[in-house]
Write a protein that binds this ligand. Sequence first.
Ligand code: PMV
Length: 330
Amino acid sequence: MKATAIANANIALIKYWGKRDPELFLPYNSSISLTLNGLNTTTTVEFGGYDQDIFILDGQGIKEGKELEKLVRHLNLIRKIARVSEKAKIISRNNFPRAAGLASSASGFAAFTFAATEALGMSLDSKELSIISRQGSGSATRSCLGGFVEWTKGKKQDGTDSYAEQIALPEHWPNFRMLATIVSTKAKKVSSRVGMAQTIETSPMYSAWLDTIEQDLENVRQGILNKDIGLVGKTAEANCLKMHATMITTVPSIIYWMPATLEIIHSVLEWREKGLECYFTIDAGAQVKIICLEDKVSELTQKLENLGGVKKVIVCKPGQGPKLIKEHLF
Ligand code: PMV
């Protein structure tokens, strides 16, 4: 009744922004990401012998608030599917800051779902795992597989066709890199869940976002298969800017960028103009992720570290899907 899983975070090249069904976490658009080897969550789940559910994330007991609600909701979903009622203890550890735009909910819910379903003896395949993980956090769908992953939006109302599929193994493009630059470790003010709902309701740009998404998806699929960094990078950068345009034009406006975020954007554009091939992408937070190939990493890292607002640069390679490990956290 106990299992431990480790799952990697993922960063979207084509973003998911907006739920057509907020209960089942069904998206309006498909998305494509890279599972990263550098940023992960380890989670141990044990069922049985507890009077109440216990959640400890990064050494801190979660006893109230929205975070607890989300975790209990997800645990209840897993208990319902497995037809059990036992309470559980869950201990989870990230090797990077939570809720700061580095996709901790993706690796977090993927590791939680994998460990909990294994502790209950369910042995799910990656499709089933991604369907359940999706209902904890949309982006967690894509952390259920390694390498380059597409989360197909699906059409069905019950969500059984909205899951993750692998486009290419991590070994397909081993010199692809993402540099996660940390400019702020503060939790963001507007969660992606709330932000998406407000965007759909109020941004006049939301329909334009959906209008161009299929072409962006196709370009990035082709770019990955042909290992075309220019096509992947340019499409990902433009897609990120379109998503942020919908956020900025939400009422009230959601601006995740900080001054240091803009400093990196301008620097990337300037470096690229001078021949250093790199592109940026930004999620619902202030951090900027730089897309490049391995031979540009040392020059880019040095340049990024010289910018005033950059606290840390984490170099991420294509990573594997979630794994079970024998060393439990308790
Ligand atoms: O599923 P969430 O709540 O982690 O939302 C993810 C939203 C973005 O990170 C902005 C885009 C994405 O596809 O990961």
